[in-house]
Design a protein around this ligand. Structure first.
Ligand SMILES: *[C@@H]1O[C@H](CO)[C@@H](O)[C@H](O)[C@H]1NC(C)=O
Length: 298
């Protein structure tokens, strides 16, 4: 039956085309850093877009009040009581469009800067691959986000360490997607741009922290920052973002969604991410709903 073969080829082609067309539109939300008792099931999830939770954070420091660097052996620092392995499974079962990632680093560990520290590239990479593989498997995770903001190594050492770990985890099919989360700061950009130059191709998204800009950011400035950072991270899928805490940038109440509509018209709206669910719980995730509705139209 030749027709059957054709029919199945068409189905495969259509499925593939649908994935290609829908995958770029993604809504992502950091969760779990502030121990605000927020659960996955508290957050509204629009079924017609890709949805990523990003657990914050796994850090290569010892737990406790005087954290020491562990040379790539990662520990879980998010609210693992409310965001446990079984809760990951359950939210993914209830919502087939949900994937869950973990983020590495973050600003602080026990109120001190979470410095990226490696005793040597080879040993850091080897420890990170094995510790992250077990956390990802234990928690049923799908992806990884890189969010270091302080560095005790050069840009090229950072690039080698992170680039090699992400490449290995993808090759081993431990994770299926990866992102970086830089912001507009000289030291931070030097490290992430070095990573981008050597390993940009292994990253699926750039979670640029647009909420790290000034609080008085206008819509015009926001759009020009977007273009500037898109050209810095050339070839990457640049996502826009806002914070629901006291951070800066262009807030939803000051025109963030109007700016998104403008990007959508220019076919540059790849997705939106929010920092963070812990802060949004108080106002009932109002802007998460709005952001996903904007993306569902895109
Ligand atoms: C990170 O480094 C800074 C100095 O650069 C230091 O003050 C801070 O305590 C370090 N963080 C930790 C967790 O040790």
């Amino acid at each position: 039956m030749r027709n059957w073969k054709l029919f199945f080829s068409l189905i495969v082609l259509l499925t593939h085309a649908t994935q290609v067309l829908t995958q770029p539109i993604v809504f992502r939300e950091y969760i779990g850093a502030n121990f605000a008792n927020v659960r996955f099931s508290d957050v509204p999830i629009n079924p017609s877009i890709q949805f990523h939770f990003i657990l914050s954070f796994a850090i290569d420091f010892t737990p406790g009040s005087s954290p020491k660097p562990t040379n790539g052996r990662f520990n879980v620092f998010w609210d693992s009581e409310n965001l446990s392995p079984s809760q990951v499974l359950s939210i993914k079962r209830q919502h087939p469009n949900v994937k869950v990632a973990l983020s590495l680093g973050g600003d602080t560990v026990s109120d001190k800067a979470a410095n990226f520290t490696a005793f040597s590239i080879d040993s850091w990479v080897s420890n990170a691959v094995s510790s992250l593989t077990s956390v990802v498997k234990q928690y049923n995770l799908d992806g990884i986000d890189i969010d270091y903001e302080h560095f005790h190594v050069s840009p090229s050492v950072f690039a080698q360490c992170i680039g090699r770990v992400v490449t290995t985890l993808k090759r081993n099919r431990v994770i299926s997607f990866a992102s970086i989360a830089p912001y507009d700061d000289g030291e931070v950009q030097r490290h992430y741009l070095a990573l981008w130059r050597s390993y940009g191709r292994v990253f699926d998204y750039v979670n640029f922290q647009f909420y790290a800009y000034d609080r008085r950011t206008t819509m015009g400035q926001f759009l020009s920052y977007f273009n500037e950072q898109s050209s810095n991270y050339d070839g990457g899928k640049m996502l826009v973002s806002f914070g629901t805490d006291s951070s800066g940038g262009l807030k939803p109440e000051n025109g963030f969604f109007t700016a998104c509509e403008e990007l959508r018209k220019q076919r540059k709206l790849n997705g939106i991410f929010v920092w963070s669910a812990d802060n949004s719980k108080a106002n009932g995730f109002r802007y998460e709903r709005q952001a996903q509705a904007v993306l569902a139209k895109a």
